[in-house]
Design a protein around this ligand. Structure first.
Ligand code: NAD
Length: 491
């Protein structure tokens, strides 16, 4: 049963997927440890179910299952072409699940369905891309040596752990899991305690593809379970997406026995608007920067830096566009902006805004929001000191600052300790490129804001506090591999 407009599954079908389970050694087991909070439907503000974590014995069982499987060589020694075939099978099964994954995700994260449907194409595309890496021969290459060819082998490091946040859980999980499996590693996924359900649908796709039992497992819980996973000596590679605090804790655990790690953390992304920018395009960019993933996007707009000659026009045009946004239920096809993820996150974002307001800033909001649910009207903040707006807020909130020269704009942009995304608007593309090249950030988009990557095969790096290591098709694959160089020695 679907809505004609967008293939939105019916609520009755979506609600069937709100039964939490751990997936350990091929079995679905209900977690029983209560975390004392709830998973919410943020569109209504109502709780869906209590948050639960995996029992300690089951967690240990998951780790042992993965470890034994790796030691057995069952998957590690499967030839790359056979691994690729299995991943392609998984991609085919997962493709059919995308509307349900998107529906479940919209229901319990509040991200609007058109976005979850678009983003969750990654679920199957990630498996296709990881299979493509295997088919390309990337795992085995040669270079000339003193006595014949020298082999460069990429071998699985061992048990892998994937930890994801609540803003786009299934797509982030699929990218990590697909690459870990492609590399030859058993993988344990831990979804966010705030949004575990869409990740559970991966089980259906991977079971149907016939993966060896225990190769892919899921455990549930919060920071405690995450810490136990990343601290366990049998785990050798970790891909983590989340906030700075969690990232630092993961890095500290990895430092003990030098686990391979990839950290994708927050951002406080600047948009530089030059004096000659097309104001309409800028306003469109501001709205997209504030509202994509309901503003809970690591590449969301955090600081709007506008040339002072057009400051007033940009502010007015942006607020005018924001005023006409349709804000509401994430599963209503007419909705353009959904709620924040849960009441606790909403309180955190509101408190950050209140703190800035208390420093004499001006808060601008033009869009009206429903009375019930975790809604927040998109917010622009003027008259703040740039020094006070360096931290990520992770909501539809941006500070507006002015500049007079390019140097000043670049200095303001580079002032944040983060460095994930960035934007430049100018009618003169050469000028925009000159500015963009000087921004200390993983990527800069010119004259537009979009979830689409500039090129899917380009790396997605992180500077400063935005992470460690790069994300990308080959880059994520490499997180799970150790290299060995083998050849005949010079005589
Ligand atoms: P979070 O760090 O609170 O939680 C993320 C995940 O890590 C959850 O599964 C959580 O249970 C787990 N976790 C938390 N503390 C941990 C610890 N000490 N050890 C192990 N695991 C731990 O983040 P969140 O609030 O769920 O997500 C929001 C953050 O994620 C924002 O900062 C956002 O910018 C970031 N994010 C980054 C990217 C990216 O690609 N760089 C993408 C999405 C979200």
């Amino acid at each position: 049963m679907t809505s004609p407009e967008m293939d939105i599954p019916s609520l009755a079908d979506i609600e069937k997927h709100f039964t939490l389970f751990d997936y350990i050694d091929g079995e679905r087991i209900p977690p029983t440890v209560e975390l004392g909070s709830f998973v919410y439907n943020p569109s209504t503000g109502e709780p869906i179910a209590p948050q639960k974590a995996t029992d300690p014995e089951q967690l240990e069982r998951a780790l042992q299952t993965a470890y034994r499987l790796h030691q057995s060589g069952v998957w590690a020694n499967t030839p790359p072409e056979a691994r690729a075939e299995m991943l392609e099978n998984a991609a085919n099964h997962l493709m059919t699940l995308v509307p349900m994954i998107a529906g479940v995700e919209s229901y319990h994260t509040g991200i609007i369905f058109s976005t979850t449907q678009f983003v969750n194409a990654i679920v199957w595309l990630a498996f296709r891309a990881a299979a493509g890496v295997l088919r390309s021969g990337y795992v085995f290459s040669t270079v000339p040596g003193p006595c014949g060819d020298v082999e460069i082998l990429r071998k699985p490091l061992g048990v892998a752990v994937a930890i994801v946040p609540w803003n786009s859980p299934a797509a982030l999980a699929a990218h990590k899991v697909a690459n870990a499996l492609a590399a030859g590693c058993p993988v344990i996924l831990k979804p966010s305690e705030w949004a575990p359900y869409s990740c559970l649908l991966l089980v259906e796709g991977l079971e149907a593809a016939g993966l060896p039992r225990g190769l892919f497992q899921i455990v549930n819980g919060g920071a405690d379970v995450g810490q136990q996973l990343v601290s366990d000596p049998c785990v050798r590679a970790i891909s983590f997406t989340g906030g700075l605090q969690g990232g630092r804790a993961v890095a500290a655990a990895c430092a003990h026995d030098f686990k391979s790690m990839q950290l994708e953390l927050g951002g406080n992304n600047a948009m530089i608007v030059c004096a000659d920018a097309d104001i309409d395009k800028v306003a469109e960019g501001v709205v997209a920067g504030l509202t994509t993933l309901n503003g809970q996007w690591c590449r969301a707009l955090g600081r709007l830096l506008v040339h002072d000659t057009i400051y007033q026009s940009v502010l007015e045009a942006s607020l005018h566009r924001l005023a006409s946004l349709r804000i509401g239920d994430a599963l209503d096809p007419a909705t353009q902006l959904g709620p924040l993820a849960n009441p606790v996150h909403k309180a955190r974002v509101e408190s950050a805004i209140r703190e800035l307001a208390a420093r004499g800033t001006c808060i601008h909001r033009t869009a009206s929001v429903p009375a019930h649910g975790c809604y927040l009207s998109p917010t622009l903040i003027t008259d703040a000191s740039p020094q006070d707006t360096l931290e990520e807020i992770f909501g539809p909130v941006a500070a507006v600052h002015t500049f007079r020269t390019d140097e000043e704009a670049i200095q303001l942009a580079n002032q944040s300790p983060y460095g994930l995304g960035g934007y430049v608007f100018s009618r003169d593309e050469e000028h925009a490129f000159r500015i963009a090249r000087q921004m200390n950030t993983g990527g800069v988009k010119i004259n537009g804001v979009s979830l689409l990557e500039l090129n899917i095969d380009a790396p997605r790096p992180a500077w400063g506090l935005s992470g460690f290591g790069e994300e990308g098709t080959l880059e994520t694959f490499d997180v799970f591999c150790g290299k060995s160089v083998v050849g005949v020695a010079a005589r």
